[in-house]
Design a protein around this ligand. Structure first.
Ligand SMILES: [Zn+2]
Length: 132
């Protein structure tokens, strides 16, 4: 996650209270701007993984999920990814925006949408080939 949260000599204040410095610790332990999506992701992971426990810093829910990325693209259609991938994308986007307040961000499609549209296209193309 170090690649996402900048380490700067000038502290960046989080807009949640304009006093907390942007950091992994702030985002994952106390930032109200990320709280609901972190709670949702934690809930989804507890539902999908029997022995899941919330990681303790420096590990995070995001690290947990990134370590599970499937080797085959079509695997996003199965398992937990249909639920967890959009939340993961939204969290990464929020962290990116909060960590780079001077940056301009283009409008984004619905989090995770591009993966599932691509999976559907790939799946239907595969079915067409198999039925021919
Ligand atoms: Zn904050």
């Amino acid at each position: 996650m170090g690649w996402l949260i900048p380490k700067s000599s000038t502290p960046i204040l989080c807009p949640c209270d304009n006093t907390s410095t942007i950091s992994k610790r702030h985002f994952f332990l106390s930032c109200p701007l990320l709280h609901s999506n972190l709670e949702l992701l934690d809930l989804l992971l507890r539902q999908r993984f029997k022995n899941y426990t919330r990681p303790e810093l420096p590990a995070t829910e995001i690290d947990f999920l990134l370590n599970l990325l499937p080797k085959k693209f079509n695997s996003f259609q199965r398992q937990h990814w249909r639920h967890t991938w959009p939340v993961l994308n939204q969290l990464l986007f929020e962290i990116d925006k909060l960590s780079h307040p001077a940056a301009t961000f283009d409008n984004e499609p619905t989090p995770g949408q591009l993966v599932f549209v691509h999976c559907s296209d790939t799946l239907s193309a595969t079915q067409d080939i198999n039925s021919a």
